[in-house]
Every structure is written in C-alpha cells, then in structure tokens.
Design a protein around this ligand. Structure first.
Ligand SMILES: [Zn+2]
Length: 177
C-alpha cells in the first residue's frame, strides 16, 4: 500500500510540475492526510475529504446522523407514525407512498459499461478519475474509457508484481537464508 501511495505521489508531483496551474487544486484530506486533486470550484476549501474512501464514509455517517436526529425529534416521530400508518393501509393506488428505489447491482445497472464489468469499479472512484483526467488532459473522458484504463493499469501492475515476486523467489533459491 505504501508503495502505491508513493507511486501516486510521484505521479501527482510530475503532473503539478508540468501543469502548475493545477496546484490550487491540490488538497490534503482532512481525515487521512493524503493529497489529491479536487475540482477547481473547490480550490478555496480546506475542509475536504479524499475521494479514496473518507468522503463516502463521512457522507454515510452524516446521513445516519440526520435520520437518527429526524426520528428522535417529536415531529419526526409523528411523521414517521403517519408514514407507517399510510404504508399499512393505502386507500387508493394514487395515495400509496412511492416505492423505495430498488438497488440494482452489477453490469445490468450500467448498460454503457465496459463489456459488462462495470460493477468492478467503485463509482465514486471512476468519477474522480474522470474529473482528474479532464483537468489534466483538458477533454471529457467517458466512464467506459476510465474503466478500460483502470483495467489496463491493474493488469500491468499484476504483471510487474508477479515478475518481482519471481525474481525474489529466484534470488532466495540462490541465496538461501
Ligand atoms: Zn482521506
């Protein structure tokens, strides 16, 4: 993991060296401390969380807190009671509360995905890579392109890692501990 972060920092540094105008977009996650690029509209902010998990975790936490607070206050309780009552006895089809959105996972959820493997990539991550690619390259990049790029990068990484392990094993065989 540390190796990956180092590699990422080297890349980030190179990008900022060649495109110094993006330095205002370089932010540090207030939760884990990692550096990342944000959209220029957030350039002035100091309270950002990284897109590698901290932002999502914070959002989930806030939404739980909101719904807990909502159902704890008396008006919220009455509303909940009414809502439950309506759910139990809908008077007509038009008065029925709207059906909750059905969570669809996997390739079916995204027909425009890269060859049916859309579910493999975390959507906020794809969105982040798209945004950063757009900042760096100055053109729109599709989700599909991002996914294909990620596939390529991971494949490459696996090959390099395997090669390193093979080399280490060969070295150990020749130089036993
Ligand atoms: Zn973070």
């Amino acid at each position: 993991m540390a190796g990956l972060v180092l590699e990422y920092y080297v890349l980030l540094r190179t990008v900022l060296h060649h495109q110094p105008h993006l330095r205002v977009c370089r932010k540090r996650c207030r939760h884990c401390g990692i550096f990342f690029l944000t959209h220029p509209r957030n350039a002035g902010r100091q309270d950002l969380r990284c897109p590698f998990g901290c932002r999502q975790a914070y959002r989930r936490q806030q939404s739980t807190r909101r719904s807990v607070a909502y159902y704890q206050d008396p008006i919220g309780k009455i509303k909940k009671h009414l809502l439950n009552g309506k759910r139990r006895a809908p008077r007509g089809p038009e008065e029925r509360p709207p059906a909750p959105p059905v969570a669809v996972a996997g390739p079916a959820a995204d027909p425009g995905g890269a060859g049916g493997r859309a579910g493999r990539w975390h959507e906020p991550m794809v969105a982040h890579v798209r945004m950063v690619s757009r900042l760096i390259e100055g053109r729109r990049v599709s989700r599909r392109e991002v996914r294909e790029m990620l596939e390529r990068v991971v494949r490459q990484h696996t090959i390099v890692r395997r090669r390193k392990i093979d080399q280490a094993v060969a070295w150990i065989k020749e130089n036993p501990p």
